[in-house]
Design a protein around this ligand. Structure first.
Ligand SMILES: Nc1nc2c(c(=O)[nH]1)N[C@@H](CN(C=O)c1ccc(C(=O)N[C@@H](CCC(=O)O)C(=O)O)cc1)CN2
Length: 286
């Protein structure tokens, strides 16, 4: 068997075309969705992601503002900027790029963002709503993974999904979203014993470990769907996922490539969350 390589570009472009159309409709009602992205420091990878977010916004017809702050910016200045953006009617979504420099508390920054403008779904109120299945935004990467699975026609309900990684950005919300789709979910992490034994039971395996090519054919049951969330830069300068792509090709039924699938889909869901925040704001004022 040879795995089908999921065509991220095709999926992303069909979603973005749909979003662009809805943005146009909203603009005709006098509302242009607006996203503000705040980045603190010089992390080169974060700057690439922020550039890609701003570009995607503009291509979708949205208003975009990027605030690039120096590494030494005091936390109070970041909080002041967020407070200003919270009150700005042209801005419907606010995102602070993670990671932040060590002297700034991610927790205080995230909690300062107005709940209705938290398009990352990092604010504790939105995380709580996600947990209990209330309406609201879903975090971009995990929601993107669910959309990819659905678009390809992978049945999630009743399947055993194994998530490797327990971060607040990916692993934990991924498990919640899979549960919401009625999967049976197991979460593995750095202290999990006999990880391969568990991952080999997965019908759907989500790798969000942060270690290049750590997952290989020995972790995979024949026919499993493998979704690679990792983005690791190798010494050669090339990007690699958490999955050893070539090694799993003969074992998996589907596999996502890195780059070109989960990353761009993450940005697509950010656009969707921003559009929905703008639609909510528009209906509240009409
Ligand atoms: N505030 C947030 N910070 C971070 C998030 C997040 O969702 N919100 N997630 C990650 C980084 N991330 C989004 O910001 C992200 C990572 C990668 C990509 C992407 O499109 N990757 C491309 C490759 C890009 C490259 O050349 O390096 C791909 O996979 O094809 C988009 C978004 C941490 N921080």
């Amino acid at each position: 068997m040879s795995a089908q390589i999921i065509n991220g570009k095709e999926i992303v472009s069909s979603y973005r075309a749909d979003i662009k159309q809805q943005v146009e409709q909203l603009k005709q009602q006098g509302v242009q969705p607006g996203l503000a992205v705040v980045i603190v420091g010089d992390d080169p990878a974060s700057h690439v992601y922020v550039r890609n977010k701003a570009k995607a916004c503009e291509e979708a017809g949205m208003h975009s503002e990027v605030y690039k702050l120096p590494e030494q910016t005091p936390e109070a200045d970041v909080l002041d900027l967020i407070s200003k953006l919270n009150g700005d009617q042209a801005i419907h979504g606010i995102l602070v790029q993670s990671p932040l420099p060590g002297h700034i508390s991610e927790e205080r920054v995230v909690e300062a963002i107005a709940v209705e403008k938290d398009v990352d779904c990092f604010h504790p109120v939105n995380v709580g709503n996600l947990m209990i299945g209330k309406e609201g935004p879903a975090p971009c990467t995990p929601a993107g993974v669910i959309e990819i699975l659905k678009k390809v026609g992978v049945e999630i309900a009743g399947k055993h999904a194994v998530v490797i990684g327990r971060s607040n950005i990916v692993g934990k919300p991924m498990a919640i979203l899979l549960l919401r789709e009625n999967a049976t979910v197991t979460v593995c992490h750095s202290r999990t014993k006999n990880m391969e034994e568990i991952t080999r039971q997965a019908d759907i395996l989500i790798a969000a470990v942060g270690k290049a090519k750590m997952i290989n054919r020995s972790h995979i049951k024949p026919g499993a769907v493998v979704v690679d969330v990792g983005i690791n830069r190798l010494d050669t300068g090339k990007l690699a996922g958490d999955v050893d792509f070539d090694d799993v090709l003969e074992t998996a039924s589907y596999v996502t490539p890195v780059p070109g699938c989960v990353g761009p889909m993450t940005i697509t869901i950010l656009l969707r969350n921003t559009l929905e925040a703008a639609q909510c704001a528009a209906s509240a004022t009409s």
